[in-house]
Design a protein around this ligand. Sequence first.
Ligand code: GLU
Length: 359
Amino acid sequence: MFNCFKTGWRHLGAALFVAGCLLSGQVLAADKAHVVVLATGGTIAGAGADAVNSATYQAAKVPVDKLIAGIPELAKVADVKGEQVFQIASESFTNDNLMTLGRRVSALVKDKGVDGIVITHGTDTLEETAFFLNLVIHSDKPIVVVGSMRPGTALSADGGLNLLDAVSVAANPESRGRGVMVVMNDEILSARDVVKTINIKTNAFASQWGALGMIVEGKSYWFRKIDKKHTLTSEFNIDNLKELAPVDIAYAYGNVGAEAYEAFAAKGDKAIIHAGTGNGSVADRMVPVLRGLQDKGVQIIRSSRVWGGFVLRNAEQPDDKYGWVVAHDLSPQKARILAAVAIASGFNAEKLQKAYWEY
Ligand code: GLU
């Protein structure tokens, strides 16, 4: 735009100035995408006592306006507005928090003046929130969830560039229709299969199926599209959801007993995600326990505590005979989100199984 000024278009009046800039392919301030940054807390809003504190610090301290003001480069990419939705560490993100955030995102995507949304989030449960939005928001506008592994006060903090990248992706019309995305460490990942894989490195997030693309110096390079239902093709919609169904996760190991499963059922869970060993395996002694809970109306969903691969139906256990469901390649934490949304939307075991293949 400054070149435009220099080349003298301004002397021909406002109309010619606009036309000239458009012809020269440069972006006008008025043409900049409008991106809303919804802040929820996490390390990206964290602060430590010292620049060497990359792991010892307080999450969820810095308000969104200060975060945005700390990165003047954002203004070159988009017209950015911040909103503080929560100021929490993401291990404390409840179902109510998910619903509140989802409703705000749903309202914003309906606003013609909003082109894209960025959600700043703690990295611990970032993948769950991203997947939830991927299921329940009906829009092709870019929705990007971002965090950081180091607080802004640390040497080589990663939050500034991550946020700039996230806003660049959200401002880019090429990002539309790709489902909710996670931007971390120069990569653009799909909400459905992104996983936090390590807690002390900046390359913490990965997908066993690969990244959707990369972002370098503000430019997105795309490599794949997601072949699963999401956002506009999803059967779920936050506007029709009152609350999420109660669903919990029970973690399996060789010596596992019935206590956690029975406690979850007694509390009123509609489904239990069995974070099984290997192929979602179930210990011999646990088979009658899980079948008994199923008879009482608690859906049993077999997933795996192994981070890669997927759980095969009717392998290890006769799911057809027992009426159980398998979570396919979804991690236990993502399987919980899909079950909570699908059961709240009236899905029975058969429809739930179909959803695990399709989302
Ligand atoms: N546990 C905190 C959270 O998830 C900080 C971790 C982080 O954001 O990297 O919000």
